[in-house]
Every structure is written in structure tokens, then in C-alpha cells.
Design a protein around this ligand. Structure first.
Ligand SMILES: Cc1cc2nc3c(=O)[nH]c(=O)nc-3n(C[C@H](O)[C@H](O)[C@H](O)COP(=O)(O)O)c2cc1C
Length: 361
């Protein structure tokens, strides 16, 4: 047996994750009225069976208007919380922690699911009017947003709080505030999407105000013994936009509010981003935030190989890795990674006879 940091437990408040491999949130575009289905149970359940320490559910709208597409999951009403409950129960029964990603898509709401079309879903075809920090569209193919009023901002904080309460009822053990990928909270952070002139725009302090209000309100509504994560885009990949230095400042402020971990992604806020892709391309951002803000981080983005993942955590670039597409290709990625790293990890009892020896009883 080999010592592995990737397969060592991670304690966050009173929650101990059995390893540091997270299922990164992935929209499935498979709901009606935001209610998760058997698809979600099997999809998320398979990844829990596959050995991930934490299974993050997809971006789930805190309000109907906060959904990216009409088929997105939601967490704004009791029917949705009730439908999430068997899913969280199954994930926990496999020894993994179920996590909910609380989301509002802002100016990028009311768009087609990838296999249904591109750009804005028109009103009258299942779409709806959208809002953002400013009346600036993401692109000409997206809805033109209206600028949010202070009352809209206050109501949205309340939506996040109610969604947090419902997440607890549904059995989740972690909530993550989605402040990345050009959705509402990221839009407020970035001067490329936020051109407000009131106390929610302009200076870094003002642009951080609403996202930090949401973080504080969610933290307050969530039990003290359970962790809260925030996902951010560490950079807009565009000059004059949100960047790593501002992300470090934001992470410091989030930490002071009791946020336990920053899930470090990037991009998605402007159509002309100049992104540089490569294996582990966002890991340096995680490293900078972990060191600069002295907060736990999860690294994500083209982490596909067991040795690579082990090195990300062993070298202190992150406290965990989040995998998306690699886990779509192989739900048993964690079990295969353990074998590759020479770490002994128990397979589910039901699958123990999958070994290549004689068919014992
Ligand atoms: C099908 C799919 C759906 C996604 N949905 C979400 C989402 O709901 N919330 C989110 O924060 N990121 C979402 N992402 C981004 C992933 O969580 C992840 O950050 C990104 O794919 C990079 O990781 P990877 O290289 O391991 O795929 C999605 C990615 C994919 C492929």
C-alpha cells in the first residue's frame, strides 16, 4: 500500500470526506419545473458508487428566473427538496457527501440546453426576461438584461437563503454558492459586466458587496457544523476584467465570513475571453488563492490522470480536486485511480466479486 494525500480524509468543520476527489457540478438539463428525476439519482448515485468523496449536484436555480435553461434543476420549492432527498440519501449510503450548488444565472439565464439550440430561449417558447448588474448583454445571441434594483438584490439574497434551508431539508451536507462562469454573482464581481454607479458597482469593494452579502446570508442559514463552499472564476481571461489578485481579496473576505473552501474555476463572463487551455490549466489559480488568502481550495479543469491529481494535492496547490468530464467518461475514476496509485480502497460489497480470481461465494 502507498501513502496518498489524494485518498486521505479531508475534515471540513464536522464533516469528514473520505478522500479529496469531488464530482464537479454538471448541468444535466433533464428536469421539468426544476424537479430532479431518476436520471439524477442514477447519474449522481453512480459517481458515489464510483468512490468520489464528495458529489456536487448541478447548478440549481434559487429561483425559476435563475435557471440557465428551462430544463435546469431547481431548489426554490418543497417539491424539489423532496425530490432531492432520495438522491442525497443514496449518496450518503455510499460513504460520499452530497453537495448542492446554489445558482442564479443572471444575464445568462433563459438559454437553450446545449443539445436543444443556441443562445436565448424566446419568451413564449419557455423563456423569460433576465436581469443582471447592468443592462449589458453577454452577447447579441443572449437576452438583453434589465439592471437589477436594490429590491431585486435584496430579494435575490432571500432566494439564496430559502434555497439553503431547502438544501438542508433535502439532506445535503455542503452547499456551494455559484459565483463563477459569468453567472449572476460573477457578473457583479467583474467590471466587464458590472458598470453600476451605486454602492454595488465601481470599486472592488462595491463589486464584491452583493456576492459577499449572499455568502454571509447563506453561511448564517447553514448549520455551523457543516461547510459552505464558493465557486469563483479566478480570472475573466480578458484585460480589464476580474483577475487573480481580486480573487485573492474576495477569498480573504469570504473566509472572514466563514466560507470554508473556494472552488477555483475560471472564465465564462465575456464572449471574447482569451483562455489558455492545457492539463491542469486552472491549478495555478487555486495555488495563488490558497496561499494568498490562506483558505482551503479545490482545483478543477483538465485534471484527468491519477498521478496528476495526486500531485495537485501533495504539492499543496489545492486541498482537493474536482473532476467533471473525466467522471462523465468513467464514473469509477476514483476506484481506478486508487488502483493506479497502489492505494487500497474498498469496492462496494455488491461489486467485490468483480475481481479476476476464482468466482468465490
Ligand atoms: C456537462 C457539463 C455541465 C457543467 N455544469 C456545470 C454546473 O452546473 N456548474 C458549474 O459550476 N460548472 C459546470 N460545469 C463545469 C465543470 O464543473 C468543470 O468546472 C469544467 O468542466 C472543467 O473541469 P473538467 O476539465 O474536469 O471537465 C459543467 C461542465 C460540463 C462538462
Amino acid at each position: 500500500m502507498t501513502a496518498s494525500v489524494l485518498f486521505s480524509p479531508l475534515k471540513l468543520r464536522d464533516l469528514t470526506l473520505k478522500n479529496r476527489i469531488f464530482v464537479s457540478p454538471m448541468c444535466q438539463y433533464s428536469c421539468a419545473d426544476g424537479v430532479p428525476t431518476d436520471w439524477h439519482l442514477v447519474h449522481l448515485g453512480s459517481r458515489a458508487v464510483g468512490g468520489a468523496g464528495l458529489v456536487m449536484c448541478e447548478a440549481s436555480g434559487v429561483s425559476p428566473e435563475g435557471r440557465i435553461s428551462p430544463q435546469d434543476a431547481g431548489i426554490w420549492n418543497q417539491a424539489q427538496a423532496d425530490a432531492w432527498a432520495p438522491i442525497t440519501r443514496f449518496i450518503k449510503a455510499q460513504g460520499a457527501a452530497p453537495a448542492m450548488q446554489l445558482a442564479h444565472a443572471g444575464r445568462k439565464a433563459s438559454t437553450f440546453a446545449p443539445w436543444r439550440g443556441q443562445g436565448a430561449v424566446p419568451e413564449g417558447c419557455g423563456g423569460w426576461p433576465v436581469m443582471g448588474p447592468s443592462a449589458v448583454a453577454f452577447s447579441e445571441k443572449y437576452h438583453h438584461p434589465r439592471e437589477m434594483s436594490r429590491a431585486d438584490i435584496a430579494a435575490c439574497v432571500e432566494d439564496f437563503v430559502f434555497a439553503t434551508e431547502l438544501s438542508l431539508q433535502a439532506g445535503f451536507e455542503v452547499v456551494e454558492v455559484h459565483a463563477a462562469h459569468g453567472y449572476l454573482l460573477h457578473e457583479f464581481l467583474s467590471p466587464l459586466a458590472n458598470i453600476r454607479t451605486d454602492e454595488y458597482g465601481g470599486s472592488l469593494e462595491n463589486r464584491m458587496r452583493f456576492p459577499l452579502e449572499v455568502c454571509a446570508a447563506v453561511r448564517k442559514a447553514w448549520p455551523g457544523h457543516l461547510p459552505v463552499f464558493v465557486r469563483i472564476s479566478a480570472t475573466d481571461w480578458k484585460a480589464g476584467g476580474w483577475d487573480v489578485a481580486q480573487s485573492v481579496e474576495f477569498a480573504k473576505r469570504a473566509k472572514a465570513l466563514g466560507i470554508d473552501l473556494i472552488d477555483v474555476s475560471s472564465g465564462g463572463n465575456v464572449i471574447d475571453q482569451e483562455i489558455v487551455l492545457g492539463p491542469g490549466y486552472q491549478v495555478p489559480f487555486s495555488s495563488a488563492i490558497r496561499e494568498g488568502a490562506n483558505i482551503r481550495t479545490s482545483a478543477v479543469g483538465l485534471i484527468t490522470d491519477a498521478v496528476q491529481a495526486e500531485q495537485v494535492v501533495a504539492h499543496g496547490h489545492a486541498d482537493s480536486v474536482s473532476l467533471a468530464r473525466a467522471l462523465l467518461r468513467d464514473p469509477y475514476w476514483p476506484l481506478h485511480a486508487a488502483a493506479r496509485l497502489g492505494v487500497e480502497v474498498a469496492w462496494p460489497d455488491q461489486y467485490k466479486r468483480a475481481g479476476v480470481g476464482p468466482l468465490g461465494r
